[in-house]
Design a protein around this ligand. Structure first.
Ligand SMILES: CC(C)(COP(=O)(O)OP(=O)(O)OC[C@H]1O[C@@H](n2cnc3c(N)ncnc32)[C@H](O)[C@@H]1OP(=O)(O)O)[C@@H](O)C(=O)NCCC(=O)NCCS
Length: 196
């Protein structure tokens, strides 16, 4: 198999960008998707959106936000093209993404939200997709943070959805989960006051 490389979206051709947009739309329901323009701040920004490329073909999409004060990176979206799943590409793209982030001055310690399977009807496509995502995150070593009743804030225009919070620090288990939640709420969502 060839090599999978990470490339920033602003370096893609229009056709390649359209493929990435399709990958994003196949992977996330409308109500959970922000626009790619919002996700990609361009060169030097703390909002980074990238494609996973095989030669010139996009096969994956990821968007992150650097949380500079906490030294973590928030993974906002991560997807593999629907017709290329279960080939090991997700795992390879994860490895390449963390390398890319480290080289591009973003911490490779990643934090993310995961949808709860039990909030979708058993046997529905949404339930399956959420269970798949959790199986994937578990396979790459993601840790479910012991944070109960976390709800995604609405400050970016997304609905208030209960989520799991997960994280992966390649060097050690997460030491301060509550501090991490605070950093996410403050640095990404702009929320300084909340109930615990
Ligand atoms: C989650 C996703 C990125 C996985 O990508 P992928 O390329 O299919 O994953 P890989 O082939 O690298 O799989 C790596 C491991 O993940 C787990 N996994 C992946 N898909 C799985 C599935 N459908 N069922 C069970 N385990 C699965 C397995 O442990 C697998 O290892 P194995 O193949 O040795 O058993 C992909 O399914 C996707 O894009 N989903 C839609 C977007 C999404 O839900 N992203 C997460 C948002 S919360």
């Amino acid at each position: 198999m060839g090599q999978l490389r990470i490339r920033p979206l602003h370096e893609l051709s229009d056709d390649q960008f359209d493929v990435v947009q399709d990958i994003f739309e196949q992977a996330y329901p409308d109500w959970l998707r922000l626009s790619i323009d919002e996700l990609d701040g361009g060169k030097g920004s703390d909002r980074i959106a990238v494609a996973g490329m095989f030669d010139e073909e996009p096969v994956g999409f990821a968007a992150v936000r650097v949380l500079p004060r906490s030294g973590w990176t928030f993974l906002r979206y991560f997807a593999i093209a629907a017709d290329r799943r279960r080939e090991g590409l997700g795992r390879r793209m994860w490895t390449e993404l963390t390398e890319y982030l480290a080289v591009n001055v973003a911490p490779r310690r990643l934090l993310w939200e995961a949808q709860l399977p039990e909030r979708a009807a058993p046997g529905s496509p949404q339930h399956d997709a959420r269970s798949t995502a959790l199986a994937f995150y578990e396979s790459i070593g993601g840790e479910v943070l012991p944070v109960h009743d976390y709800v995604m804030p609405t400050t970016l225009g997304l609905p208030a959805e209960p989520m799991l919070l997960m994280a992966l620090d390649p060097t050690s288990p997460v030491k301060d989960p509550n501090g991490l939640v605070k950093a996410l709420l403050s640095e990404h969502y702009g929320v300084e006051r909340y109930e615990v």
